[in-house]
Ligand binder design. Structure first.
Ligand code: ISJ
Length: 382
């Protein structure tokens, strides 16, 4: 079955999932529900996963604040049927369709509400960092709300993701009238037997249509003291957090990771486990990295809670899948949206350091948010 036919099935099932790896080696589709768990407790999710005979998909929320949602407070599903469109491997049996749930409407934006006063709210954590060198970094986000005339067409969205975000991970989890979507460049952890792969993605600049200017922007980023420092903090934290669990290997200097909207400093980190550790334990050990939290972590989390207007839920949180043999992959749920009925919320954030220019960071956030906004715009006309 090809991607177009599999994407169409999103119209026929109340529960459906899609995960595509950034290197295009795996593209999983899952339909129906054989089991599910609503939880933010890693151990509970782990005990549940061990009993499943199909790959499971879901996310562990960034924070424990309450949201009226059957997805955003932590959710995993074991579909009735899963197929990896790239390898042809499948699990379970394709279920009866629920009904034709959706038709191809031309959509319309009814209203759109931006996050307000972000710079004013963010000035206080910035000032705290200027006053106290121990407070090094905090990642602060914005949320935007868009009200639509019809629910998002997920069939079309999957095709758009593949067309416009070819180098990112894609994840869609649909649970009845709720959907979480991410096109993220950031891997948290992949486990393959005893080999792990993680990465530091932090430090950002623009893209340019002119290849020479684009290259110059990348070179400038590689030499920019603020961004290098921000990146180094993330490399140090990630490697410290799992040094006792795995023997790690990573380059001395960051590379550049380009998405269509932005370019990042990027350090791939590989490792071999020293002792048997399952994927969800690795997720719990790593999350939240300072790419989405900050340093020191407790201070950063309190700043996030006080500064951001809404809880994050699965925004900026570990999302991914676990295969029945325990292998799998989690990515960070950024460049993302959450739809409930016809209300869509978008999230994007930026790392703030004592030397940050908040106007520039706000601009960077808008650029990151445009990943999902552009996908929504594609639904507004055929
Ligand atoms: C928070 C986001 O991105 C994170 C922040 C980055 C930065 O500040 O340079 C870069 C990549 C991500 O780790 C987002 O996209 O919403």
């Amino acid at each position: 079955m090809n991607i177009k036919n599999l994407a169409k099935k999103f119209n026929y099932y109340q529960n459906a999932v899609y995960f595509s790896s950034a290197n295009h080696q795996h593209r999983y589709f899952g339909f129906g529900k054989s089991d599910e768990i609503i939880s933010n407790d890693v151990e509970e999710i782990n005990n549940w996963q061990i009993k499943q005979t199909v790959p499971v998909f879901g996310g562990i929320p960034f924070d424990k604040q309450h949201l009226d949602s059957n997805l955003m407070n932590g959710y995993f599903i074991a579909p009735q049927y899963v197929i990896d469109e790239k390898t042809g491997q499948s699990w379970g049996k394709i279920p009866q369709v629920d009904s034709q749930i959706q038709t191809n409407h031309l959509n319309k934006i009814i209203s759109s509400i931006n996050d307000v006063n972000w710079i004013a709210r963010t000035t206080s954590p910035l000032q705290e960092m200027l006053n106290d060198q121990k407070k090094k970094k905090v990642v602060l986000g914005m949320q935007k709300t868009i009200n639509l005339d019809y629910p998002l067409n997920l069939d079309k969205l999957i095709i758009s993701l593949n067309k416009h975000q070819p180098n990112s991970y894609h994840l869609i989890i649909k649970n009845n009238d709720e959907v979480f979507v991410s096109a993220t460049p950031e891997r948290l952890i992949r486990l393959n037997k005893s080999t792990i792969e993680t990465a530091a993605v932090a430090g950002t600049t623009n893209r340019d249509l002119n290849p020479k200017i684009d290259q110059q922007l990348a070179n400038d980023l590689k030499h920019d003291i603020k961004n290098l420092h921000e990146h180094e903090l993330v490399v140090q934290e990630i490697t410290n957090k799992i040094a006792n669990l795995a023997k790690l290997d990573y380059p001395d200097e960051p590379k550049i990771l380009k998405t269509p909207q932005v370019q990042h400093l990027y350090t791939p980190i590989t490792g071999v486990l020293k002792q048997q550790t399952n994927l969800l334990q690795l997720v719990a050990a790593l999350h939240p990295t300072p790419a989405l939290g900050g340093i020191p972590l407790d201070w950063a989390l309190s700043q996030i809670k006080n500064t951001e207007l809404n809880p994050r839920g699965l925004f900026a949180a570990p999302i991914g899948y676990v295969l029945p043999n325990g292998d799998g992959e989690f990515v960070i749920g950024i460049r993302s949206l959450w739809e409930k009925q016809r209300t869509v919320k978008l999230f994007a954030g930026a790392g703030i350091l004592a030397g940050s220019n908040l106007t520039q960071e706000a601009r960077e956030i808008k650029l990151k948010m445009s990943v999902m906004e552009d996908l929504i715009k594609e639904q507004l006309h055929e």
